[in-house]
Design a protein around this ligand. Structure first.
Ligand SMILES: Cc1ncc(COP(=O)(O)O)c(C=O)c1O
Length: 408
């Protein structure tokens, strides 16, 4: 790829190009952080304004019935299910990913009585390790950490209740081969659970095809639900009869308004609801998912691979000294590209000043996410050119860019 015109040609034949206009992106920004906080769908402000002013402001409590607030979690789950290769009644939308990890890790141990070992990757997103550590402690079990696929044969034995992995590594973008690893867990009788935070909405997640037992993921990255949007859980239908949540809240009760003191779980996945859903955020997620109606996960994945490959190709050419932290093979990479650099933090800040928004992860990772729903190939070309120019001008050495914010 030698000219911006060639990138424009790729956009001209991109079957997903029309999706971009469903998002309200600032004209002067190339947004490479949709893997952290997704972009604002163009229709969300009007939808939320209507919900706030009419459904809440005028109709008040009546909206739980009239505006179907009560059934919104199930409706949103139904919209999400096709993007992760699941059926609607296997998905619950509620709480944060961290809380859902707790619910499902305990439920996994209960589904495998007599087994109390949880296996996770050391490089998992930290919340996964914190929560699994707490579950192991509460249940008198063991948390076993692996460093990669080579450690699995030793780590997986008959004591393991659940192998819980983050599908896409949040630092490097490296991808676990989910189908093979799920089968590996099953061979010792363990359940396989996937954290899909960096996958849902960008990768061809196929929970049925993988044979996955459980999954969690968030609504605010590639699903564009907005800051702090509710997260989701997946429980394969075959496990739902024996499912026992450790957080039996009233919204997961079979008859929440009977107000009985005995807990009777709602059938199936319904028991994973806990308390009153954050309706404004949930409706934000509903609206965001409606922008993806009919979009196949396979086409998002194919475009994401092409976008990330182009970025790597350009930076190989223009900045040969940059150290790629992500896998070169697009099949082993999520929808992000990470580089290691001694000045990664100030480099990212310099790029943000240029209008190219990525982020930094400890200790030395400059991370660029490529949301296939709204990024163009010309954006990739322009972003790579800004990286080249910022490095050539030594902007990463400017002390202005060294001061750290609370969120990096
Ligand atoms: C892979 C992964 N797991 C879990 C989380 C935590 O999600 P939450 O803040 O919704 O609990 C994140 C957040 O970025 C994440 O990237």
């Amino acid at each position: 790829m030698t000219s911006r015109e060639r990138a424009a040609e790729l956009d001209a034949v991109d079957e997903l190009a029309g999706l971009r206009e469903r998002f309200a992106l600032p004209a002067d920004v190339i947004y490479l952080d949709g893997n952290s906080l997704g972009a604002l769908p163009a229709s969300t402000p009007a939808r939320l304004a209507r919900v706030i002013e009419h459904e809440w402001g005028e109709r008040l409590i009546r909206s739980w019935n009239e505006a179907d607030w009560f059934t919104t979690p199930a409706r949103v789950a139904g919209r999400l299910a096709p993007l992760i290769g699941a059926d609607a009644d296997e998905v619950a939308v509620a709480d944060s990913t961290s809380v859902n990890l707790f619910k499902l890790l305990v439920a996994a141990c209960r589904l495998r009585p007599g087994r109390r070992t949880l296996v996770l990757e050391r490089g998992s997103f930290p919340t996964d390790v914190y929560i699994a550590g707490s579950v192991a402690e509460l249940l008198g079990g063991e948390l076993r950490l692996v460093d990669g696929p080579d450690d699995l044969p030793d780590a997986l034995d008959e004591t393991v209740a659940v192998l819980s992995l983050t599908h896409v590594d949040f630092r490097t973008g490296a991808l676990w081969p989910a189908r093979e690893v799920t089968a590996q867990a099953h061979r010792v009788g363990a359940l396989a659970m996937w954290d899909l935070c960096h996958s849902a909405g960008a990768l061809d997640v196929d929970l049925h095809g993988w044979g996955a037992d459980l999954a969690v993921g968030c609504g605010y990255k590639y699903l564009n639900g907005g800051p702090g949007a509710p997260a989701f859980c997946f429980v394969a239908r075959r496990h739902q009869d024996g499912l026992a949540t450790p957080l039996p809240g009233w919204h997961g009760h079979a008859e929440p308004f009977a107000m009985g003191l005995d807990y009777a779980p709602a059938p199936g996945i319904g028991q994973l609801a806990v308390g009153t859903p954050p309706m404004l955020s949930l409706i934000g997620l509903d609206e965001a998912l409606s922008t993806m109606d009919g979009v196949s996960a396979k086409s998002l994945r194919a475009k994401g691979q092409r976008l990330t490959s182009l970025f790597i190709e350009l930076l190989d050419q223009w900045c040969p000294d940059l150290v790629l932290a992500s896998p070169r093979d697009p099949r082993s990479r999520g929808s992000q590209v990470s580089y290691r650099h001694a000045d990664a933090y100030p480099l990212v800040q310099a790029l943000i000043e240029r209008g190219v928004i990525g982020d930094f992860r400890e200790p030395d990772i400059a991370r660029f996410g490529f949301a296939p729903a709204y990024l163009r190939f010309v954006d990739v070309w322009d972003a790579a050119r800004h990286v080249r120019d910022a490095l050539a001008a030594g902007e990463h050495r400017d002390p202005r860019f060294a001061a750290r914010g609370a969120v990096t």
